[in-house]
Design a protein around this ligand. Sequence first.
Ligand code: ATP
Ligand code: LTN
Length: 329
Amino acid sequence: MKRSLSGIKPTGKLTLGNYIGALKNFPKFQEEYENFIFVADLHALTLPIDPDYLKNNTRDLVALYLACGLDPNKTTIFLQSDVSEHSELNSILQNYLYMGELSRMTQFKDKSKKLNQNAIGLGLFAYPVLMCADILLYNADVVPVGEDQKQHVELCRNLVHRFNTRYNKEIFVMPEPIVPQVGARIMSLSDPTKKMSKSDEKGDIFLLENLKSIEKKIMRATTDLGSDIKYDKENKPGISNLLMIYASLKDISVEEAEEHFKDCHRYGDFKKEVASVVIDTISKIQNKYNGIISSNLVDEVLKEGAKKAKAVASITLKNVQKTVGIYGK
Ligand code: ATP
Ligand code: LTN
């Protein structure tokens, strides 16, 4: 059976962008793939974060994985930090990626730009190396991610080619990024030229946000001149973003969404309908989340998941250690 793997870092409250670009798609893979979904908690340390905030976000993220339809009987759900093989493979792989290619990563450029240039952590720079370790330990065939993570998976593909060529063996499986056709990059509601992102809260909709507040944010979302509901990213970024959200949550194409709104010429009416679909989706998730977070399920799932993940990861790590010449492996 082919394998699928993905993860989200617990750096903040999950947004509608995280849901549409990533989370919503994860359960689809558990039917046809051996599915691994983890919490990238070591990745969350690449920028300063309060320890209690990190712990709470981690627990919430697992509860949201479950609330969004991941079934622990079909998907191995685990914490990155529970499987020490991630760090061990990371320390080997860092020798096979180059500083030049790491410095060209868009995420690194965007995030480091906002920091004091004398205090950019090595972990932020080396972020994609650990991400390669995450993917390669499980020999994932596919990696479902939003648009912004595609570049990291492409880098991982280069690494696989480099490593397998160097040792003249198929040590690692070539992973393929799977980016959703609709909603791979949801934009901020207050500035539709910027990505909706959990560490930059303006214009975000959160999965655990009060429903009234979500409605208000959508009704106030920045729109554009005119009154037609048309997808035109250049000239109508605000309307295009809302159309994208609507299409994704309705599981239809953007063209079908445009057709649905072809007789609607009032932005207010359009926004009301978008808000109703968003609230319908989010309220269902919140109901399930509330049941899960008040139980012991999160801890039980993580305990079981760590065992299953470790069983797979330890085999890959040994194979890599043997290949590169670590004595006694
Ligand atoms: P941070 O702000 O801490 O960088 P983030 O909100 O960008 O976090 P990640 O943890 O980096 O979220 O991403 C989790 C998953 O959600 C990834 O697959 C990423 O591609 C996807 N994702 C994040 N933001 C969006 C967005 N605005 N639209 C679509 N997908 C997104
Ligand atoms: N970098 C990703 C999180 C992540 C990931 C991974 C995703 C870490 N390791 C491996 C897919 C596969 C992010 O920022 N969302």
